[in-house]
Every structure is written in C-alpha cells, then in structure tokens.
Design a binder for this molecule. Structure first.
Ligand SMILES: Nc1nc2c(c(=O)[nH]1)N[C@H]1C(S)=C(S)[C@@H](COP(=O)(O)O)O[C@H]1N2
Ligand SMILES: [Mo]
Length: 218
C-alpha cells in the first residue's frame, strides 16, 4: 500500500520512546478532571489533517458501507439508505495521540447505537473492527462504541465532511484517541475476538484512553 512511510516510521519511533507521556512508561488516571484537556495534550487552532497520506475520493454515488460479522442482520447501505437512518447532532472534543486536541466539534450523523439496534449483534460479539477506503483499520471493544457520542459522522460544523477529514463518512469516538475513529469508513465487522488495527499493530495502545495518558502498548 502506498503510504506516508516517513510519518509511519516517526509514529512507530514515538511509540517506542513513549513520546507525550508525562512520566516515562507511566499511565495516569485523570478522569477526576478539572481540565478539559487530557494529560500531555495541547489545544490546537483549526483542525489538522492526520492520516497515512492517501485521501481516497469516494463519490457518494459510488459509496457503500457494509456491516457484517457476528450479527443477525448484515446490511450494505448506499448513501441514500444511510441518509434514511435517524440523523443526530453531537458536540465533542477530539484528541490526537500526537498531542493536539480540538474542542467543540459539531458533528452530524448516525449514532453507533442505532447501528447496533439495526444489525443486532449476537450475544458473543464483543469487538468491532473498522476498515476504510484507504485500507486503514482500527478496532474497539463494542462497549466503547455504545457511548452516546459515538457517531458515524458525515458533517462537521454544519458542512459536509471534507475528503481530507474522511468524507463522505467517518467514525467519531470522543472517549478514545482519534486514531480509533476511521476516516473514509467502508466496513464495520462485529467479532467474537479482538483483532488489532493499523496503529494498534505498530506500538499504539489497544485501549487508547486519553484521560489515562494511555498512548502506547507499553
Ligand atoms: N482511514 C483512515 N482513518 C484515520 C487515519 C488514517 O490514516 N486513515 N488516521 C487516524 C489518525 S492517526 C487521526 S489523529 C485521525 C485524524 O483525523 P483528521 O485528519 O480528520 O484530523 O484520523 C484517524 N483515522
Ligand atoms: Mo493520530
């Protein structure tokens, strides 16, 4: 896969060195927080673009989302079918593991809990694996995906999501670092067992809790 190999090599090096951790190799629980900023993060201006360097252009006319795996009702939606699902708005903060955060992003899209009600995961489904049009992937426990503010997002601050930020559709999962929110979302697979995604296979934490400074697989 053609990708931004210098960035990937840099981020692998950061994972080895524990860059951004307040104390080497120590995670800290800051959930009893007085600040909106997780440990080791700074608030940035605007909204940086961070990805593997491939920006797949998928016209909504060609776009589909397939949801499969350990579920009762597999579906493939085209763009119209996606728009027919209940749309909600949600405002949340966004924390990239490279230490920048943005506040008060207004997202619009479909709640992950609506996906769950529609596809009906089997009782043994405990994990979710996301695959994107740039071949990126990431994984989450189903429990994290059930948070109210987890959205399949098609709009940011009132505008359609731009291609560079993952349009037509991306995941937003505010309670974990932003690498766990797949841009250019193509497939969601429910699974019995966990499977590591792109960064989770390259030294990044499998849990990725910003409030725990939980950046790397230590
Ligand atoms: N498909 C895909 N999704 C991705 C990535 C990627 O390279 N490809 N990068 C991740 C990382 S590391 C971050 S920080 C966020 C950045 O989103 P942004 O570019 O919209 O700021 O997207 C995440 N989702
Ligand atoms: Mo990131």
């Amino acid at each position: 896969m053609p990708e931004n190999s210098r960035l990937v090599a840099k981020k692998e090096e950061w994972a080895r060195k524990g860059r951004g951790l307040l104390e080497d190799g120590v995670m800290r629980d800051t959930r009893q927080r007085s600040s909106r900023l997780p440990p080791g993060q700074h608030k940035t201006k605007g909204w940086p673009v961070l990805d593997l360097g491939i920006h797949p252009t998928v016209a909504t006319a060609d776009w589909t989302l397939t949801i499969k795996g350990c579920i009762e009702q597999p579906v493939t939606w085209d763009w119209d079918a996606f728009l027919q699902q209940p749309q909600v708005k949600s405002v949340s903060d966004f924390h990239c593991v490279t230490t920048w955060s943005t506040f008060d992003n207004a997202w619009e899209g479909v709640r992950f809990t609506h996906i769950v009600e529609t596809v009906k995961p089997k009782p043994e489904a405990g994990y979710v694996f996301f695959t994107s049009y740039d071949d990126y992937s990431t994984n989450l426990p189903l429990s994290i995906c059930l948070d109210d503010d987890v959205l399949l997002t098609r709009s940011w601050n009132g505008e359609p999501l731009s291609v560079e930020h993952g349009g037509p559709l991306r995941m937003i999962v505010p309670n974990v670092y932003a690498w766990k929110g797949a841009k250019w979302l193509k497939e969601i697979r429910f699974m019995e067992r966990d499977r590591l995604g792109y960064w989770e296979n390259r030294g990044y934490s499998n849990t990725g809790d910003p409030w725990m400074d939980d950046r790397y697989a230590l």
